[in-house]
Design a protein. Structure first.
Length: 267
């Protein structure tokens, strides 16, 4: 069994499986007990959507993937694999668009995430992407709306950590740290705790560019300028992972902007 598991993980890392989300592929081969090998059964439309997602840097591909997933749930309303992917794609597209389309996409992502959670409450993907859409909604709407969403985001991400702490390279803990960074003190915000959590994430996944970016923000907020500069420069030195190249490019743009803003002319 262990030999088979190692081979399966190796194939995932080498890109030999059609599922484009590497972390999902790795998570799927191990059950909660770590004792069985399973792969989700995907409909044809979901598999096609996965292929289009690989080219998501072209937003037309991302929109085509979303259309295919909507067709999948139209055909099978209980297709968990399609629902959580709708939530993920809506979240991705919302980051690339402006209001009012952004808000419409986020509403789609929240609704799809809720549906996924209802269908499979012990699966991690629905919880994470529901929480991620809540988080973007909080940023896009009013201050009061953002405050109301702090607790729902925390609840979903705490569930993610409980179900699979390694999902999307520690994304549950990373998001909890970001909530601590952004939330006011009366909603439990704590920038130093955010720093500690992000350092923990980076220890486990030392080349995650989003963790580095968030950690740099926490360092800057705490007056640790040199530490922040080091994280931002590290982001620029990273080599693209084929599964996350668009996200790395986005984070590198953010890193350049922060370096220019906070470290220009030796400031």
């Amino acid at each position: 069994m262990k030999t088979a598991l190692r081979r399966t993980v190796s194939l995932c890392r080498a890109g030999r499986f059609a599922v484009p989300w590497a972390s999902f592929c790795l998570a799927a081969v191990v059950s909660a007990s770590g004792a069985s090998l399973t792969m989700p059964r995907l409909s044809d439309r979901v598999r096609q959507a996965d292929d289009y997602y690989l080219g998501r840097q072209n937003l037309d591909n991302a929109r085509r993937a979303l259309q295919l997933l909507r067709e999948a749930v139209g055909q099978n309303p209980n297709d968990y694999e399609a629902w959580w992917r709708i939530s993920k794609l809506a979240c991705f597209l919302a980051r690339q668009t402006e209001k009012p389309e952004k808000l419409q996409l986020l509403d789609t992502g929240v609704a799809a995430g809720k549906r996924a959670v209802a269908l499979a409450p012990q699966r991690v993907e629905g919880h994470f992407w529901l929480g991620a859409n809540y988080g973007l909604t909080a940023e896009a709407r009013s201050f009061i709306k953002a405050l109301l969403l702090v607790d729902p985001v925390r609840e979903e991400m705490e569930t993610v950590v409980r179900l699979d702490a390694d999902y999307e390279q520690g994304a549950g803990l990373r998001t909890l740290a970001r909530v601590d960074f952004r939330a006011p003190f009366f909603k439990g915000g704590d920038k130093r705790r955010s720093m500690v959590m992000l350092e923990k994430c980076l220890t486990r996944y030392p080349e995650n560019s989003l963790t580095m970016l968030y950690l740099a923000d926490s360092y800057l907020a705490l007056g640790l300028r040199e530490e922040a500069r080091q994280q931002l420069e590290r982001i620029l030195s990273l080599c693209p992972d084929p599964n996350y190249a668009p996200e790395l490019a986005e984070n590198q743009d953010e890193a350049r902007a922060r370096l220019a803003k906070f470290f220009r002319s030796g400031k």
